[in-house]
Design a protein around this ligand. Structure first.
Ligand SMILES: Nc1ncnc2c1ncn2[C@@H]1O[C@H](COP(=O)(O)OP(=O)(O)OP(=O)(O)O)[C@@H](O)[C@H]1O
Ligand SMILES: [Mg+2]
Length: 361
């Protein structure tokens, strides 16, 4: 199989690259390794091993090997060292997964039945992550892309694993989350009152976030007092994680006085920067992914980034600024898009289909 696929990739690349390199044949080899393949160019060569070539190869091969393999798009060119003569002692590495990841469909109990580490959140069959290692989840996508549905799934997971009291839910649009919280006592639900204007609601949101910051400070000093090892987190003193979930951050922030907004952004920034060790985690959804609505500091701290719905340069720009072309191949359908998990275990951006929960609990 490994030789089949490597000669297939060689043939495909020969055909596609022949236009810019008439003697491309024999000038490179494809080496299949455990979690991807390596493109080895034999020097001297008129092709230049740079980012351009890297993502050109990505584009050519990603479609050609799908669905036998799903290529993962790294944030930057992956140059790897190899044994051997200097003319071939480096290559371009392309990570992949065998087959394609499958959407999780079922009740939350069914989905969690196959996931035994309660710190790991299953996203697809073949994709999960530890929220302590990649703290903070940001979800963006156009209207109807599946943000609230995805948040509802995450709420179910947090509640099932750590109890409803671990959750603070801010839901300005009274969406799936707010309706779910009605039947889940213990959730700290922050929603607008019928007579609230936006400028009445945001101060309550800010007060809630300020509480979370105080909790972080309390937890930090407890950790300092009780733990003598240098590296530790909230789990070493027996604390549970806390999840601050906001559905539609943008709707909180549009058209409000700068002072209120600055306070809101300041609090989000503090939580995103300080929350990991003390176990206070943000989960945010945003329809309008614009700089003025979510500060860059918050965005760049998010361990898990998900873009659902329409994927193009413009929609990707905010959460995936490292990507301006060659998007992973989409899966298609409701609640699908791309995901990046920054935990040192995952490579880059891959296609995603968020879970479909079939029964309500
Ligand atoms: N993972 C999914 N599985 C199955 N259906 C889904 C999924 N995600 C979304 N849908 C369908 O798409 C509809 C719209 O999704 P959702 O309300 O989550 O979008 P949204 O991004 O929150 O939109 P808005 O920005 O308008 O709030 C849902 O009612 C549901 O029918
Ligand atoms: Mg929504």
């Amino acid at each position: 199989m490994a030789t089949d696929i490597s000669s297939f990739i060689s043939t495909v690349l020969n055909a596609a690259l022949a236009a810019d390199e008439s003697t491309i044949k024999q000038s490179f080899t494809i080496e299949v390794v455990d979690d991807g393949f390596i493109f080895v160019l034999r020097y001297p060569n008129s092709l230049i091993m740079n980012t351009d070539l890297y993502f050109r190869i990505y584009d050519i091969v990603a479609a050609a090997v799908y669905p036998a393999y799903t290529l993962i798009r790294p944030a930057s060119m992956q140059l790897v060292a190899r044994e051997g003569n200097l003319s071939v002692s480096r290559g371009l590495f392309f990570p992949w997964k065998e087959g394609r990841s499958k959407r999780l469909i079922g009740s939350v109990d069914d989905i969690l039945a196959n996931s035994h580490d309660k710190n790991r959140i299953p996203i697809m069959q073949g994709i999960d992550f530890d929220f302590n290692k990649s703290p903070g989840i940001a979800l963006t996508g156009n209207s109807g892309a599946g943000k609230s549905t995805a948040l509802h799934y995450l709420l179910e997971v947090y509640a099932e694993r750590f109890g409803t009291t671990s959750i603070t839910l801010i839901d300005p649009k009274l969406s799936n989350g707010a309706r779910w919280a009605k039947n889940h006592d213990g959730v700290n639900l922050v929603i607008p009152q019928p007579e609230d204007r936006p400028e009445d609601f945001l101060p309550r949101v800010n007060a809630t976030l300020a509480d979370a910051v105080r909790e972080i400070t309390r937890r930090q000093s407890e950790l300092y007092q009780h733990v003598n090892t240098v590296s530790a987190d909230y789990r070493s003193i027996g604390l549970k994680p806390r999840f601050i979930v906001i559905d539609e951050v943008a709707s909180l922030a549009i058209g409000l006085k700068k002072s209120l907004l600055d306070e809101f952004h300041g609090l989000l920034t503090q939580i995103s920067l300080l929350g990991r060790e003390s176990g206070v985690f943000l989960t945010l959804s945003l329809q309008e992914a614009r700089q003025s609505l979510l500060p860059t500091e918050v965005r760049s701290q998010m361990g898990v980034r998900i873009l659902l719905g329409r994927i193009d340069k413009q929609s990707a720009q905010f959460l995936f600024p490292e990507m301006d072309s060659s998007f992973p191949l989409p899966i298609g359908g409701r609640g699908t898009g791309i995901i990046s998990i920054n935990d040192g275990e995952h490579y880059g951006v891959e296609p995603v289909a968020m879970p479909t929960i079939t029964t309500n609990q």
